[in-house]
Design a protein around this ligand. Structure first.
Ligand code: S3P
Length: 759
């Protein structure tokens, strides 16, 4: 166990309260002293605490005077209140034998500058064997009786050594805390005090103040009877040890005052907004705070910041789709994912205020939104698809304080790579397990040609480290694959590059980036298969209306196309010519699919899609449609399984590097249902049932591999299955299609969701 690394023969804890007592308890729990080697001693002015510590088996012996105990100690931990440190150190300086140079001294005080200054005063300089430290853990309880061996497990301990501190002493203190299960970090004294003033001292001050203010206004304390959970949560820490906290505020005066000034300015602003009835201002502040709070949660858990999504991921969400069902009604699916990502990105870089409607409130686009908040962009919303971006201009982004986590979103990572390669600051882009397996060399390589400096993990995989301050120059790039993400990445980098950035695509790919840039007044030219722009221009904010996502609509298009009696209208769907492969392919297969009410909103064509059941036939999918339907193949394969004859797809190897290997995942899933299919390196043949009524295949259990589109495709397949289809690992449906299950049930499918065990 980790305690094996604690080589001290005797550890002396000075001050046996909760913190010191818990340290002893944690060392005991880690096995320190179990074999008779290694003693824990304690010194405390309160004899009863020493007695209790011995009774509890936490310490071997102790006393109220320091001198006799110090002689034997190898490591001394000062765990007394901050303002008592100076007198304890004075006693220590007198008691320490001059020759005992290998004694290491550390402390647990919540502020560091005051203790360092006291040490300098007492010892005539900062001793090399003094390693100041602070375990970030505590409780409202006090005294050794409350000692908790788990108090430091997975908590941070900050050490603040200076250049003159003995590295061996630092290592010994690190080993002490590591044995208690803590994560040990280092920072400067000043930084420590600033950080703690904001994250710990200020909230304690506020909690004490709020409780006191209310209590004094209400002598009979009636008010507490009616206090709700929010009050309880907010004021829990007001029950903490008053003496300890008095000391902390006196000791960390400057940093606390600075954070209190910031806080007062914030409260004053909110006060003004309340007084003037300024709802927008209140909303903007609350929104920022609420999202920051969720993001904080996600950083701690290393996962998504939507609480619900988080729970689902932990519980491995499973869908159960009952066989059969109807498909009828008028629905609008959520906003386009590609356009939503771009609306935030370009919105942030424009000048002015960008108002977005129809924004997709899915995990992927929310990750993009949050990343910009991390880079200092004020963003209100989303509220029912409405987002207001307070644009900062092309050079207004600020360095984020940590890595930008984009979850499952390949589009976010690849477009960010281009956008951030030209910034003055460094960034790190990370994602979830699925994204971490996806190729990023396709963007890193051409960006390097432009002069960017990018590190990737092995095989060109995430995380990506982008080094800031590099001068980019325009290039002419012949894309080896038809990828809108690569094209968009380079165009975004091109905004920051000297000269022209030209991208040639082997086949047309979605052109939302080009359209939106033009909508923001940035000139993008195209001739044949090549588009280009010149760096150094400006973007001017303009409103963006995000149409419904044709990639989400595709599941319902196929649902209606395979279900006898179906009659469904999908409203306000984006029908950009570079996205309508699914419509073209379904029509070629014989689907009764009409475009109605066609119009253009904000530079993107939209229409209502009206689809009724008609028997489908298998086709050879035209290769020119492949990039135009690249995300819709999982749904189209389900259509193929219900058609007459064989549907053949080729030149679609890109499907193997999506959120999953979609060729393999669909081939396995279809086979599980008994659908005859044959996999090829770049495609698949699917033999349809050819039945125009009843079931086309069996039911079964499918692994979606965490791929949202695989999961949704098999829900749709259930309409023509003979038994239920159970689909595992479905939480990622929330990345592109929040509310999918509800909408599916609304039109007449029968889908339930629960944990793996429930299904
Ligand atoms: C997207 C482009 C496509 C697509 C993805 C979204 C975009 O990826 O599959 O879902 O928004 O640019 P590729 O560029 O890798 O084909």
């Amino acid at each position: 166990m980790a305690a094996g690394k604690v080589t001290e023969s005797r550890i002396l804890i000075v001050g046996l309260g909760l913190i010191g007592g818990s340290l002893a308890a944690a060392l005991r729990a880690a096995g320190y002293g179990a074999d008779g080697e290694g003693e824990i001693l304690a010194c405390d002015p309160d004899e009863r605490e020493i007695e209790r510590g011995i009774e509890m088996g936490l310490i071997d012996r102790g006393g109220t005077r320091l001198a006799p105990l110090v002689e034997d100690a190898g490591l001394v931990v000062l765990a007394v209140p901050v303002l008592a440190m100076e007198s304890v150190m004075t006693e220590l300086a007198e008691a320490l034998p001059q020759a005992a140079s290998d004694v290491v001294i550390t402390d647990v005080g919540s502020t560091k500058a005051a203790i360092r200054d006291a040490a300098v005063g007492v010892f005539g300089g900062l001793p090399a064997n003094l390693v100041l430290g602070h375990p970030i853990a505590g409780s409202e309880k006090s005294g050794v009786a409350a000692a908790n061996p788990e108090l430091y497990v997975r908590h941070k301990v900050i050490l603040t050594p200076t250049v003159d501190t003995d590295p061996v002493a630092v290592a010994r203190v690190q080993a002490l805390w590591a044995a208690c299960g803590a994560e040990v970090l280092e920072m400067t004294v000043e930084r420590h005090d600033q950080v703690l003033a904001r994250t710990s001292h200020l909230p304690h001050l506020l909690a004490f103040s709020l409780v006191d203010t209310l209590a004094r206004q209400d002598e009979r304390l009636e008010i507490f009877r009616y206090a709700a959970g929010g009050f309880r949560d907010f004021t829990r820490i007001a029950g903490s040890d008053p003496v300890m906290w008095r000391d902390i505020f006196l000791a960390n005066r400057e940093a606390v005052l600075a954070s209190l000034d910031d806080f007062e300015a914030g409260v004053a602003r909110l006060r003004r907004a309340v007084a003037h009835g300024d709802g927008d201002d209140l909303l903007a502040t609350f929104d920022r705070a609420s999202h920051a709070r969720h993001y904080f949660e996600s950083l701690l858990n290393q996962t998504s910041y939507q609480a619900e999504y988080q729970m689902q991921q932990q519980g491995k969400l499973t869908f159960r789709a009952s066989p059969g069902g109807r498909v009828a009604g008028r629905i609008r699916v959520p906003g386009d994912k590609s356009i939503s990502h771009r609306s935030i990105m370009l919105g942030a870089l424009a000048e002015g205020i960008t108002e977005i409607t129809g924004f997709l409130e899915g995990e992927d686009s929310l990750a993009t939104l949050q990343a910009f908040r991390e880079m200092g962009v004020a963003i209100e919303g989303p509220h029912q698809g409405r987002v207001t971006v307070h644009s900062v201009g092309l050079h207004g982004l600020k360095a984020p304080s940590g890595p930008l986590y984009v979850g499952n979103a390949g589009t976010a990572m690849r477009l960010f790579a281009g956008l951030l390669a030209g910034q003055a600051f460094d960034t790190e882009l990370t994602g979830d397990a699925s994204l971490t397996k996806r190729p990023m060399g396709r963007v890193a390589d051409p960006l390097r040609l432009m002069g960017a400096e990018i590190d990737t993990a092995e095989g060109g995989r995430p995380p990506l480290h982008l080094h800031g301050g590099k001068a980019l120059r325009g290039i002419t790039y012949d894309m080896p694959m038809a990828s809108a993400q690569v094209k968009s990445c380079l165009l975004l980098a091109g905004l920051y590059a000297e000269g022209e950035t030209r991208v040639r695509e082997p086949a047309p790919t979605r052109d939302h980036t080009e359209r939106m840039l033009q909508g923001f007044g940035y000139e993008v030219q195209r001739q044949g298969d090549t588009c280009w722009l010149r760096g150094g221009g400006r973007l001017t904010a303009a409103p963006i209306d995000v149409p419904a996502d044709i990639s989400s609509a595709a599941f319902f298009l196929v649902a209606a196309a395979i279900t006898p009696g179906a009659d469904l209208v999908l409203e306000h769907v984006g029908i950009n010519p570079t996205r309508i492969g699914v419509i073209n392919i379904l029509q070629q297969m014989g689907a009764d699919l009409r475009l109605e009410n066609e119009r253009e909103v904000g530079g993107e064509p939209v229409g209502d899609l009206h689809v009724r059941y008609a028997p489908l036939r298998g086709i050879d999918i035209p290769v020119d449609q492949v990039p135009l339907a690249i995300d819709e193949f999982p749904a189209l394969f389900v259509a193929a399984a219900n058609a007459t004859g064989t549907t053949r797809l080729r030149e679609a190897a890109e499907l193997r590097v999506k959120e999953s290997d979609r060729l393999q995942a669909m081939a396995d899933g279809l086979a599980a249902l008994g659908v005859d299919n044959r996999l090829h390196p770049d495609g698949i043949d699917i033999v349809g049932s050819g039945r125009s009524e009843g079931a086309s295949y069996a039911g079964g259990r499918i692994d979606s591999l965490g791929d949202h589109r695989i999961a949704m495709a098999f829900v749709v397949a259930s309409l023509r299955a003979s038994e239920a289809i159970v689909i595992d690992d479905c939480a990622n449906v929330a990345t592109s299609f929040p509310g999918f299950v509800e909408l599916a049930n609304k039109v007449g499918l029968s889908v339930s969701q629960g944990s793996e065990e429930e299904a």
